[in-house]
Write a protein that binds this ligand. Structure first.
Ligand SMILES: [Mg+2]
Length: 98
């Protein structure tokens, strides 16, 4: 790739994407293949976004001693959001574009 910004972020991006893949694999093991219409998957995705916002509220308004754990919770919820977004794209590819 010729974009210097992409070159700079690639090592960290690879690490994060590997975590997203791991979460995606956990979802698949737990729920199996999910084929949902986009409006239903949007509800699921937004439920996960809500969990990010809940974790942010707990970090911002919560006990200062719990800050590090709160930040870990926010990060973990963001990985789940990304994994659900991937699952939604996979479902759309299987069901909406065939
Ligand atoms: Mg979540």
């Amino acid at each position: 790739m010729d974009n210097p910004i992409i070159k700079e972020i690639t090592p960290q991006t690879d690490i994060v994407l590997a975590e997203v893949r791991g979460e995606r694999e956990r979802q698949e093991a737990k729920w199996g293949q999910q084929n949902r219409r986009p409006h239903i998957y949007s509800i699921i995705l937004n439920e996960e976004v809500g969990e990010v916002n809940k974790a942010i509220c707990e970090w911002y308004f919560g006990d200062a001693d719990a800050t590090l754990q709160n930040l870990k919770d926010i990060r973990s919820e963001l990985i789940q959001v990304a994994a659900v977004a991937v699952a939604m794209v996979e479902s759309m590819d299987r069901n909406e574009f065939n």
